[in-house]
Design a protein around this ligand. Structure first.
Ligand SMILES: O=C(O)C(=O)C[C@]1(C(=O)O)C=C[C@@H](O)C=C1
Length: 335
């Protein structure tokens, strides 16, 4: 399990990804070895195969929504991740930068060569204006690299200042910075973090280029903890320790019998019957038949700290009305 004496937690690398920042927020490096892996699937694989004790994956972003790679692994359509549980969550404020190499031949200092306006399209007739201007000219940029989630969080800046630039999706924002650091043409740019600028030695061409200043990503901590042992404790930094306990959350996934009308409403009514507040609902295609889905519901409550039996009651009822279902975990909520 551990290469040294410490337990290991895996995360989407390379170093300087937002996942790296999230893992550092939740796990003390004095007590854990933080191991970067290449994909979200790798995080799930290393946890399932007990190569590591825990993993951290992005789950949802406040601007761009769900991280489908993580939902697909949690959907576990082929039973590969049968022992995975969700054991915690971490929130990170995400402020993206445009990183690359400054065009030293350009005389434009403040990026004034971009129009700063976005082109209206049929799907977005009144596009929002970017919040910030480039810090230097972007006229030389020919390729833009990042993680698909990050592109979706910086739409206004991209359409105002990087029109016509070829876009390349890569496995993480820090991978994008690493690729750009090896570019010898000086024409590649990455949407990544300020930490990545330092680590990969890149120039800051834009700062706070995200569409919304409240851009936040929620990460999940995963493990193999069907019933958490008494000594299982996630080490938190002072920033994530709150004075008032915000309570617990749990997650279940389920399918519904598709030939019966109101089947989804019936499963959701199980939470209402036991007065359990829902905090999120997601779905992914079941890949069994077109337009059939696996649903994910998060709700307030803890399976192992359930003095009134409300969570137990709801789960019992779900087991009778859902097509199939799985409890995915309970954890202490951070917000
Ligand atoms: O690429 C990274 O840096 C990640 O950690 C992944 C990820 C994501 O998938 O949401 C994390 C935070 C940001 O929302 C953008 C990308």
């Amino acid at each position: 399990m551990a290469s040294g004496t410490k337990p290991v937690v895996s995360f989407l690398g390379p170093v300087a990804s937002y996942s790296h920042q999230a893992v550092r927020q939740a796990f003390s490096e004095d007590e854990w070895e933080l191991r970067p892996v290449v994909t979200i699937d790798d995080v799930f694989d290393t946890v399932q195969d007990q190569e590591v004790k825990a993993g951290l994956v992005p789950f949802e972003n406040s601007t761009n929504g769900s991280v489908v790679f993580t939902l697909d692994d949690l959907a576990d359509r082929d039973g590969r991740y049968k022992d995975i549980t969700v054991d915690g969550e971490v929130y990170v404020d995400v402020h993206h930068c445009l990183l690359g190499h400054k065009d030293t031949s350009s005389t434009t200092e403040d990026g004034a060569d971009g129009s700063g306006t976005c082109t209206p399209t049929a799907t977005d007739p009144s596009p929002s204006r970017p919040r910030t201007k480039p810090l230097s000219s972007l006229a030389h940029i020919k390729r833009l690299y990042s993680h698909p989630q990050a592109f979706g969080q910086c739409n206004a800046f991209i359409s105002a200042y990087l029109k016509g630039v070829e876009v390349f999706e890569v496995s993480s924002t820090s991978k994008a910075a690493e690729i750009v650091s090896k570019d010898e043409t000086g024409t590649y740019a990455a949407i990544s973090s300020s930490l990545a600028a330092q680590i990969y030695g890149l120039d800051m061409l834009g700062r706070s280029i995200e569409d919304r200043s409240d851009n936040t990503t929620r990460f999940l901590i995963i493990g193999r903890n069907p019933t958490p042992p008494a000594d299982w404790e996630i080490v938190k930094t002072p920033t994530t320790t709150t004075t008032t306990r915000p309570g617990s959350k749990s997650m279940v996934s389920f399918t519904v019998p598709h030939d019966s009308p109101g089947a989804l409403a019936e499963v959701l009514s199980c939470f209402q019957a036991f007065n359990l507040n829902l905090t999120s609902i997601n779905s992914r295609p079941s890949l069994v038949k077109p337009f059939q889905y696996i649903f994910f519901v998060e709700f307030e409550g803890h399976r192992h700290d359930d003095p009134e039996g409300r969570v137990r009651g709801a789960l019992d009822k779900i087991s009778r009305v859902a097509g199939s279902w799985r409890w995915l975990g309970s954890w202490e909520r951070q917000r």
